[in-house]
Design a protein around this ligand. Structure first.
Ligand code: ADP
Length: 704
């Protein structure tokens, strides 16, 4: 393939102008001649055509593409938002249902005249304590608060009389003496607690020593005088007496003893228990354990549960009452409606309050458990595969950025709220980014394809126009090239025929002109015929092994006396011992003549022309060098194309058809050779033809 070692660049030519020129020029440099004049019109055409073919569809594509990206992003965000809203609604419905069920259960029990204070966990599993308060907001049931904590049993430790009586009893001294000691200790006691206890211990001693009449008198006294007094450990004296006597009875006579114990349990359970160190639970439990082998097991289990429940409630009542006191004190004119629940959250308890008649009912729920349940519920309303995540926010905390929706847990949990946020905001953003990039990529690709398509069309149209124009030029050139030698020959022949040339010298000149012009004519006709045979595919060459040097030498000799070259300095150097080359003698001669005639045509008459031949790379190279106008860089790739003629004015001035090099290239190719050009505009060109040496096989006879 042709190549060029010398580069020529015009620093004043911008990239854009070069690009425009490249898109407009197509293949033929003929276009270049008109280019300047047509530049403006063409540029306008390009702009109109470009905007019609590239800009408009690209802009439309970009517009719809971008709006579809935005649409998709909004749809994705909407989808996540909808998921969040749905989850939040379903959470709130279920969450509310738990509380309204509780409220209804409480009112149901009250309406049915049953106490909501009994086993309140049945009303709501998180109830820790259920209380009834009176209009003064004092605890009324199932506990009371009148009981004062007794003084620590210091008297027991430091009163000598008590110590003496108790140690004598422990040692098992004579009952009469111990009884007297107890009696004295009782008389000397300063507090009813110790006094009643001393009387109780004395009565027990008497009872166990057979003095039952005296003992029961004392027990009666205790019941009457000290029944509600609590001993230093918080046991009610009447309960202690009842328990003791019932147990004694059980030891003597089963049934009445069991009945007495059962009555005792029923009495204790019906009574309000004391808040503080109330011994009711311990008494009831002990009585029940005595009864256990005798009583109906179902009753025992149910009663044990009631006792445990009451004891648990007592514990929580003691823990949480200060909080309830604070809430009630803080709500002077407590706005709680009859039969309507009012929810207030404290630090540990979540309180539900309602008036029923004269009584205020207060239910303390475990706030931690309520929150835990809410959290669990929140995590179940959003499936693990969902792209949203639920969180509970404590009072005063701000929802994180990007939260999708928020639901207040008021009125149940003051200040708390449930927030739904994207499960993974980073992943969501990344997902959106990837979708966007994919779409942008497709749009860019589509726009580039439109652009490439449009450009290719412009190029193709330009190329086709150029080739049509080149063919038209060729026809014009050939007819011009035919006419001028014919005219010359006719003119000179006429002048000889009519004897118009006077001198011998003039006549010689006429003959000479006729010969020169007919040589030109026959060369032209040869080329045109050859070319048309090549075009038709009818051209064949006879490749016969032979001395290429001799063939070239003969061709040079035939042409050097021609009119074109006779005046020129032609230097021919043919190397010795060149390898044999299978070649078509006429075709090679045609190549040499074409190259020499071009060298003469495109260089000044004063400049020499050189032909060199030498062995090169397993073959022979023929090199024709001139010092002529050279070939511009942009033309080099095209000079071997049919009909191509250089666009420069210096080329246009010279006669030509644009098929000489095309034929040369075809002939060299048919010989499996190669052509090469090195040219520098203004300095000259070197055309090289290379032919492979004959390998000793049968000569090819390649067709066209
Ligand atoms: P033409 O009849 O135009 O000479 P060719 O096929 O022989 O057709 O050459 C094609 C073009 O190559 C020419 O028009 C010219 O621009 C360029 N060319 C060929 N040989 C030379 C040369 N020796 N010096 C400069 N330009 C040349």
């Amino acid at each position: 393939m042709p190549s060029m070692a010398v580069k020529r660049t015009d620093p004043n030519q911008s990239q854009f102008v070069r690009f425009l020129r490249w898109t407009m020029r197509g293949r033929g440099s003929q276009v270049k001649a008109m280019e300047d004049a047509l530049r403006l019109r063409r540029s306008l055409k390009i702009i109109v055509l470009g905007s019609a073919m590239i800009l408009m569809p690209s802009m439309l594509l970009a517009y719809f593409g971008i709006s579809s990206i935005q649409g998709e992003e909004l749809a994705v965000i909407d989808d996540v938002k909808n998921q969040a809203e749905g989850a939040a609604d379903s959470f709130l419905v279920q969450y509310e249902r738990g509380f309204t069920a509780f409220e209804e259960a409480v009112i149901d029990r009250l309406e049915a005249g049953r106490s909501p204070l009994e086993v309140p966990q049945e009303l709501h599993p998180n109830v820790l304590v259920a209380l009834k308060l009176d209009t003064n907001l004092a605890v009324k049931a199932p506990f009371y608060r009148g009981f004062q904590r007794p003084v620590e049993p210091i008297e027991y430790l430091f009163d000598a009389g008590i110590q003496r009586a108790m140690s004598a009893d422990r040692r098992g001294e004579d009952a009469a003496i111990v009884s007297r000691l107890y009696s004295r200790a009782a008389r000397n006691s300063v507090s009813p607690q110790t006094r009643s206890r001393m009387i109780f211990d004395r009565a027990r001693l008497l009872e166990e020593n057979g003095r039952t009449v005296d003992a029961s008198g004392l027990f009666d006294d205790i019941r009457r005088l000290y029944g509600d007094v609590r001993d230093p450990w918080g046991f009610r004296m009447a309960d202690l007496v009842d328990l003791y006597l019932a147990e004694r009875q059980l030891g003597q006579d089963l049934m009445p003893g069991a009945n007495a114990l059962r009555d005792l349990v029923a009495r204790v359970m019906d009574r309000r228990w004391a808040i503080g160190r109330g011994g009711e639970g311990a008494v009831a439990r002990r009585a029940l354990s005595q009864l256990e082998p005798l009583a109906d097991s179902e009753w025992v289990a149910a009663t044990r549960e009631r006792i445990d429940d009451r004891m648990r409630m007592l514990y929580w009542a003691e823990q949480l009452l200060p909080e309830l006191d604070g809430i009630l004190a803080g709500q002077r004119n407590l706005s709680v409606d009859q039969g309507k629940m009012r929810w207030i959250s404290g630090d540990r308890g979540l309180w539900a309050l309602t008036w029923w008649g004269e009584d205020l009912y207060a239910f303390g729920l475990d706030q931690d458990t309520v929150l835990q349940d809410a959290r669990r519920l929140a995590s179940t309303v959003v499936p693990s595969a969902s792209s949203v995540r639920a969180d509970l926010l404590r009072p005063g905390s701000e929802a994180s950025e990007g939260a999708l929706t928020r639901r207040s847990l008021v009125p149940w949990l003051t200040g708390w709220s449930m927030v739904l946020a994207p499960r993974d905001a980073v992943a969501l953003a990344e997902d959106l980014r990837q979708r966007r990039n994919r779409r942008i990529g497709i749009i860019v690709l589509a726009i580039s394809m439109i652009g490439v398509g449009a450009l290719a069309t412009v190029r193709l149209v330009g190329t086709e126009l150029d080739s049509a124009r080149m063919k038209a030029d060729f026809a014009a050139n050939v007819s011009h090239e035919l006419r001028s030698p014919i005219t010359q020959i006719r003119l000179k022949a006429e002048s000889l025929m009519l004897g118009l040339s006077d001198t011998e010298e003039e006549r010689q000149s006429d003959y000479y002109a006729i010969v020169r012009e007919s040589e030109r004519l026959s060369r032209l006709v040869d080329n045109v015929l050859d070319f048309s045979a090549i075009e038709r595919g009818a051209k064949t060459y006879a490749l016969i092994p032979g001395d290429l040097g001799a063939t070239v030498q003969a061709a040079v000799e035939a042409v050097e006396t021609s009119a074109e070259l006779v005046e020129r300095d032609l230097y021919v150097r043919i190397g010795r011992a060149l390898p044999t080359v299978a070649h078509d003698v006429d075709a090679i001669a045609q190549c040499v003549i074409n190259l020499l005639s071009n060298a003469a045509k495109y260089s000044d008459e004063s400049k020499p022309i050189r032909l060199e031949m030498e062995r090169e790379k397993d073959g022979v190279a023929i090199r024709v060098t001139d010092e002529g106008i050279g070939i511009p860089e942009e033309d080099v790739q095209q000079i071997f194309e049919p009909f191509f003629r250089g666009g420069d004015a210096s080329v246009r001035r010279r006669k030509g058809t644009g098929i000489g090099l095309a034929i040369t290239f075809y002939i060299v190719s048919a010989h499996k050779g190669a052509v090469d050009v090195v040219s520098s505009p203004g300095e000259g060109s070197t055309f090289s033809l290379w032919f492979p040496s004959w390998n000793g096989g049968l000569a090819d006879r390649p067709g066209a």
